[in-house]
Design a protein around this ligand. Structure first.
Ligand code: FES
Ligand code: FES
Length: 169
């Protein structure tokens, strides 16, 4: 067996040091070692998007990465969206527009949408569809999800009129 390798990374603003087996995927590390089970595992093949997280600000599939590849990186998971017990406006919008049904896919959608809104604070429906195209919902809730992202864009632009271009906290 290949011996564990030391890694350091920041997850949701908290620094971690750990020794991981080189074969450990990032999603398994987040869930099993750090207890951050909000990131879900669906296909484990990069097809469903349930495991989407932000790595250095970019949405990536954490089932396709090894934990050792995240050495030195800044990671954000769905747990990093809320602050002080308050839901992020994006999460609030998913609640209000029924963008979650069974909720299994929701963390992945939230992280993909978060990245989208940071880059395009007022996305068109086509831009929303394209950004979320790699995330699968088995409850066929896509219309509600698109409406949720639209509402989140409105909430965020109202909350941060001077900070267009950021998703903000
Ligand atoms: S679990 Fe990673 S894309 Fe499906
Ligand atoms: S809400 Fe059920 S899989 Fe998406």
């Amino acid at each position: 067996m290949t011996p564990p390798r030391p890694i350091r990374l920041t997850v949701n603003g908290v620094s971690y040091e750990a020794a991981v087996e080189p074969r450990t995927t990032l999603v398994d590390f987040l869930r099993q070692e750090l207890g951050l089970t909000g990131t879900h595992v669906g296909c484990e093949q990069g097809a469903c998007g349930a495991c989407t997280i932000l790595l250095n600000g970019q949405a990536v599939r954490s089932c396709l990465m090894l934990a050792v590849q995240a050495d030195g990186a800044e990671v954000m998971t769905v747990e990093g969206l809320s602050r002080d017990g308050q839901l992020h406006p994006l999460q609030q919008a998913f609640m209000e527009e029924h963008g979650l049904q069974c909720g299994f896919c929701t963390p992945g959608f939230l992280m993909s949408a978060y990245e989208l809104l940071r880059q395009h604070p007022q996305p068109t429906d086509d831009e929303i569809k394209e950004a979320l195209g790699g995330n699968l919902c088995r409850c066929t809730g896509y219309q509600a999800i698109i409406k949720s992202v639209r509402l989140a864009a409105t909430k965020l632009s109202a909350a941060l009129p001077a900070a267009a271009g950021t998703v903000g906290k």
